[in-house]
Design a protein around this ligand. Sequence first.
Ligand code: GLY
Length: 590
Amino acid sequence: MPRFIAPALPARRVIALSVFCLTTAVSATFSMAFSTPALAQSAILEGERFHPQVGEHAMVATSHYLASQIAHDVLEGGGNAVDAAVTAGFALAVTQPRSGNIGGGGFMLISDEKSDKVIAIDYREKAPAAAYETMFQNEQGEAVSELSRYTHNASGVPGTVAGLALALDKYGTLTLPQALAPAIKLADEGFVIPPRFAEGLDEAQDRLKQWDSTRKVFYKPDGSLYRAGERFRQPDLAATLKRIADKGPREFYEGKTAELIATEMKNHGGLMTAKDLAGYQPTIREPVHGTYRGYDIYAMSPPSSGGAHIVQMLNILEGYDIHAMGFNSARTIHVMSEAMKRAYADRAEYLGDTDFVDVPLKGITSKAYAEELRAQIDLDHATPSKEIAAGHPLPYESNETTHFSIADDSGLAVSNTYTINFSYGSGIVVDGAGFLLNNEMDDFSAKPGTPNAYGLIGGEANKVEPEKRMLSSMTPTIVKKDGKNFLVTGSPGGSRIITTTLQVVMNVIDHGMNIQSAVSAPRIHDQWLPDEIRIEDGISPDTIALLEAMGHKVSQQEAMGAAQSILIEDDGTFTGGADPRRSTSSAMGL
Ligand code: GLY
């Protein structure tokens, strides 16, 4: 099946970055300015509706143009993809505080072509030592979501600072102060507020203004809103980042920042202590590995469920001629939905932190098990979710978390997803430290069998336990072809992260799309419970009618995910797709 490959680009730098002003550029400007010269070389790409950014040496794709530009500057200055990723990670903590963070955690996959190694850095938050199984239940033993989402106990011990510092230490060439410098400058001098930033703070104000420490950071002294176009400064955050730059990453865990977090907890009855912070360490793990139509798939291992289930779904779908069945045809959506349901049912039963529970990872990701599951799929009729397993979902949407992808011509590729869970996490800023705390404890099953904020059911394997990592859906993914980095992708979107990432992989491998088309194309999602296929705008009424005739319930939803992605063509050309579902997304090549 042919892929649309762009002809080789002339050997020259595609863009000259310095002409753009950091604080005033918008993503549309980047898009126009950076795509035109390169794409004019390619008749095939010109014939398509969506056009990727192109680079000869490297590519970055993040959800914020300031972070993309900063990462690009690092690469242009001779830094590698890991230097750029760590610098972007800290920059996003300033420019996109609803999900970029130092008060949360995440996962970073790094592929090093030269050593043929892919490693996974797990910097997921951990439950405090005093956490206990029933901490989010009332006296009747019922789960109380308010407790796991909007209190100081909603926060796991943050991992971001330690995780990013570990990546830099292992693979980077910059010092930590160099990687932090752009973020400190942005926090100190401020940046021009884009509409999405202003709208987010407007929508969340009831929740955020409940906390004095949060109100002081995100709203004007009289409580009014910052407007798009105004400048936004974060002096407390600048001081925190500066302390980390001066004293090293352990400052966050053992220095003044740790003291501020511990005091914040103590003042509000939170369980997290200075000892929890001092004890936090990120972990290097083996990523989950699978294959799909000859490509090697690497994705995040537990405590994320992402890798296990993207490989499981791809294994099931490999048995169908998806290309012949057609992109988003009723038949294709049907088999995708059936594969998704079965994967999410297994997720609920088996997945948890492998430092605490045994997860049958080998079985879940095996081709033989996929064959058994595929045999259950009726090509003409939907399997009701209750026949796959039982449950009582409580669907609720949140769409935060943020993903970025960076790759360079030294053979390094970085796929990073990190989060504070909800938009603005718990909504609680650490007083005097200027950053938001996560509410990741809601990703545990507050009571096994009860759904979390994403309607995901968790089992015993994901119950709250001291110092355990809560189950995640984050799916940073790197696909390799003949030993070379090929596709770098991932997404935010709560429970929809795994299926969003799945569809980017399928759009490229099965449907031959260029990376911008693969990222922009309408998506679907099925998570077993509730028993419905969620679709974005762009699936035809005829297709929906055919799916309904097969027995599916189809529910139209808002845009799902934001899969900032990179595809490296056979000739080494880097192509980048910024997800249009985020107005600030930006891919930039060099
Ligand atoms: N907090 C969302 C996730 O980790 O899946």
